[in-house]
Design a protein around this ligand. Structure first.
Ligand SMILES: Cc1ncc(COP(=O)(O)O)c(C=O)c1O
Length: 461
């Protein structure tokens, strides 16, 4: 197949793959040969679908890792971006702002879980990694300014992902992502995740006194509260399912952070901006963190944009010689800001949050059936438009598949045959469609998952 790339430049699929393998480094666990797989190089996109270099069109089950929330051809967003590009395109060097950026900050603050009461200051970046890295640096400098410079440690959880920068990967809880970058900066400490299916304490929820949250108090005591700056966590642990935390968990973490003078950072890079049927997961769970990070959905992935939203009580101390020493040249780019505003407008004008609740219920009904239909589904999780399942070889023993990569491959290949891109992840499968997924597309996703699970059982059980 001939692919038109630019004026006067055409390549065949084979030529493009060869060029990609030679000049583009395929990272994130991929081999260069993976460029040749179907669905890896897209040539056009529309709605919730993408077309690859072989002419295959796929429904994307993960919506760009949960970020492409409003589809791939959203004219409202595209027009807003183009207009800003034509009129006010470049970020002001060394700081400064544009009218759209100022308005976006206000609109984001008003959509925080406390509706603009305390979480009011928006600090810009380009990625989720930036947003979390920024939060760690704010926490450390905040305590220094207060004369508590020994408070520098960040507590996070095994099994969570917070990004790829040195700080963010240190806070992340995946050994395979961390080891290559070691030695990591000091001061990043991990606690167990609230993963009931594989409870680290061998207890059964709800008769467990939420030991996984109480561990935070013990850890802070052990480290000494005078050394702990912040806690970071997501409220749906995407990398483990996606797995929603127990309903009481966020409030208990909030109480423990308050008790010990530890800043609570909630990573909403995936859960924020509509995926839960609310603007944030913090709102869904009824808590207000000290800092809240957003990326992905905040620009619906059209342009790089992330934010760290910070409480006024924190930003207030950053004055005089204590201003926050932190800058990304591209942060708060006017084009990104215009995109961010268009995203909020679109979500509100199209009643997306209510639609997510309705479609979430439809997806949950499908997801809940899977453990009854398939022996290899140990547990199924649903929250908002996030659906996950734990895959097991032996349900009685909760025993994992010995070769999870091989099992995942069968799911991916079966999904492709159904015209759907499925994403297994170390023994779990996450489905996070766009927020504009239609009912039929949602059912198509579950149909493809069922076909995949059938193939897994045929092959491995
Ligand atoms: C929960 C969470 N936090 C942070 C990140 C990092 O975001 P980015 O890839 O935009 O740097 C991710 C990425 O998937 C994520 O899932």
């Amino acid at each position: 197949m001939k692919i038109k790339i630019a004026k006067g430049i055409e390549k065949t699929s084979e030529e493009l793959i060869k060029l990609a393998q030679k000049y583009t480094w395929f990272v994130n666990g991929h081999e260069q040969s993976d460029f040749g797989e179907p669905g890896k190089i897209s040539v056009s996109q529309s709605g919730n679908y993408l077309t690859d270099i072989y002419g295959n069109t796929y429904l994307e089950g993960l919506s760009g890792f949960a970020g492409c929330t409003l589809g791939r051809s959203n004219s409202h967003i595209i027009e807003a971006i183009v207009e800003e590009l034509r009129t006010n395109p470049i970020v002001i060097s060394g700081g400064g702002a544009t009218p759209k950026q100022i308005l976006l900050s206000q609109k984001i603050a008003e959509r925080m879980p406390d509706k603009g009461e305390h979480l009011n200051h928006v600090c810009y970046g380009m990625s989720g990694s930036d947003a979390n890295e920024t939060a760690f640096k704010i926490a450390r400098q905040y305590w220094k300014i207060q004369g508590q410079s020994t408070k520098y440690k960040v507590i996070s959880r095994w099994g969570s992902y917070h990004g790829c920068h040195l700080g963010a990967v240190s806070a992340s809880g995946f050994t395979f992502r961390r080891v290559g970058a070691e030695p990591l900066p000091p001061g990043f400490i991990h606690m167990n995740p609230p993963q009931c299916y594989y409870c680290p304490y061998k207890m059964i929820y709800p008769d467990c006194n939420l030991e996984c949250a109480e561990e935070l108090a013990r850890l802070i005591e052990r480290e000494d509260p005078s050394t702990v700056a912040a806690w970071i966590g997501d409220l749906v642990i995407t990398a483990l399912g996606p797995l929603p935390v127990p309903p009481e968990y966020p409030r208990r973490i909030r109480e423990i952070c308050d008790k010990y003078g530890v800043l609570m950072i909630v990573d909403e890079v995936i859960t924020g901006w509509g995926r839960m049927g609310t603007w944030t997961a913090s709102e869904y769970y009824g808590i207000v963190p000290d800092m809240l990070t957003l990326a992905k959905g905040v620009s619906a992935l059209y342009v790089p944009l992330s934010v760290t939203v910070v409480k006024d009580d924190i930003t207030r101390v950053f004055t005089g010689k204590n201003v926050f020493q932190h800058v990304y040249t591209m942060a708060g780019n006017p084009v990104s800001a215009a995109c961010g505003l268009a995203v909020i407008e679109y979500i509100e004008e199209h009643n997306i949050l209510e639609e997510v609740k309705r479609k979430g219920a439809l997806g949950k009904a499908e997801n809940d059936k899977l453990p009854q239909e398939f022996k290899c589904v140990g547990a199924a999780y649903s929250i908002g438009l996030e659906f996950g399942m734990q895959l097991v070889k032996d349900r009685e023993k909760r025993e994992k598949f010995p070769d999870e990569d091989a099992m995942g491959k069968v799911l991916v290949e079966t999904g492709r045959k159904q015209g759907v891109l499925i994403y297994p992840f170390h023994g779990s499968v996450g489905t996070m469609p766009s927020l504009i997924v239609t009912d039929d597309e949602l059912l198509k996703l579950f149909h493809a998952l069922r076909e995949g699970l059938r193939a897994v059982e045929r092959r491995f059980l």
